[in-house]
Ligand binder design. Structure first.
Ligand code: GLY
Length: 362
């Protein structure tokens, strides 16, 4: 393993001892704060442990990761706020566990989550409903990552209904989320009865027509995945448009601002997690695009090198948090300039891919 992965291993070994059984979320000061098990980030820590187990074969990672799919999956039987993000939560736990170990209980848990996600599809608007409560007609760009759970279920069961739903949702995103210049909306609302689009909302971005960089990164990675699963060029073109827009809006240091269209000082705040997600997504484009793949590979490598230079302190092995300078929710002034567990996950995932790791999580 290269030096970066070796140092990450040391950090994770420390974190395994220090964090105990919490669900790590963000770290402003070298200590991870926890969140609820039903929150969208709960699969990333075990997902990192599974990746490290796959890379190193070290038993301590497997042991620590093993129960997480059952822990999160038990929420299906309780009062909880599980929603479209079961993709993030179960692709990184049950499905990855099954891919690595062949465990049949994990396989069933993965399918259970896919059924739940498919059940959120609105046929009138051809979108997967994002959140709960009164947000019946809301769809968000992040779901582009969650649809991989449906493509996995379609492949495993031979039942194309899962893939039909995933593809229909992605087509709706092409039509209603993606703008001509490759930028995207975070939230699009629909009338849940007629399926008609009713508007767009700023969500975690600066404004309705601005460009939240993590949403941009979800679009790159998600569209590239949909192309990988369907072979439909429209999705590869969309992934490339989103990636080109992302690249053109990076500053000199090649670390994304939290929103590419935030004004002046506001723009100064970075979101390193968007850089890591975009890099990992560009590596999917690189694998899939015979003509221009090398270009996207180089961009991904540059992004990861910049993140390593400006956003990590890998030698501080007892500091919990790999990727510093992430921004969780700037409009709410929450988790600003911190390490984020999903930034850590996607940085590790991209590094592993760059080192030749072939298994895919999404
Ligand atoms: N999926 C929520 C976020 O990216 O913050």
């Amino acid at each position: 393993m290269v030096i970066r992965l070796e140092r990450i291993e040391k950090k994770l070994d420390h974190m395994m001892k220090q964090c105990g059984d919490i669900v790590p979320w963000y770290s402003p000061d070298g200590i991870y704060r926890e969140c609820r098990e039903d929150f969208w980030v709960s699969g990333f820590w075990p997902g990192m442990l599974w990746i490290m187990y796959d890379l190193t074969g070290k038993e301590s990672y497997r042991k620590k990761a093993w129960d997480w799919d059952v822990r999160i999956g038990s929420l299906f039987l309780k009062q909880s706020n599980l929603h479209h993000d079961v993709g993030f939560q179960f692709l990184t736990t049950a499905v990855l566990k099954y891919k690595i170990t062949g465990d049949q209980d994990a396989y069933r848990m993965g399918l259970r989550a896919a059924d739940f996600l498919a059940g959120r599809f609105n046929p009138a608007g051809r979108f997967i409903r994002a959140w709960n409560q009164e947000k019946t007609g809301w769809a968000i760009i992040d779901t582009m990552m969650n649809v991989s759970l449906l493509f996995w279920a379609a492949d495993e069961t031979g039942d194309p209904r899962f893939a039909h739903i995933a593809t229909a949702h992605a087509e709706t995103v092409l039509k209603h989320f993606m703008r001509g210049d490759g930028s995207v909306h975070h939230i699009v609302t629909f009338d849940p009865k007629t399926g008609e689009m009713t508007g767009a909302l700023k969500g975690q971005g600066y404004a309705e027509m601005s460009s939240w960089s993590r949403g941009q990164a979800w679009a790159i990675y998600g569209m590239a995945n949909v192309y990988r699963y369907t072979g439909d060029k429209r999705f590869l073109d969309a992934a490339k448009r989103a990636a080109q827009y992302f690249w053109m809006n990076l500053g000199e240091k090649k670390i994304p601002s939290w929103d590419f269209r935030a004004p002046g000082q506001e723009k100064e705040r970075w979101d390193s997690s968007a850089g890591a997600i975009a890099a990992s997504g560009m590596l999917v484009i690189a694998e899939q695009d015979e003509l221009e793949g090398l270009l996207y590979q180089k961009c991904a490598e540059t992004l990861i090198d910049s993140l390593t230079e400006y956003c990590t302190e890998l030698e501080k092995t007892d500091y919990q948090g790999i990727l510093l300078h992430g921004t969780g929710n700037k409009p709410a002034e929450e988790q600003v300039d911190v390490a984020l567990i999903y930034g850590d996950f996607f940085y590790l995932e991209a590094l592993a891919k760059l080192e030749g790791w072939k298994r895919r999580v999404f």
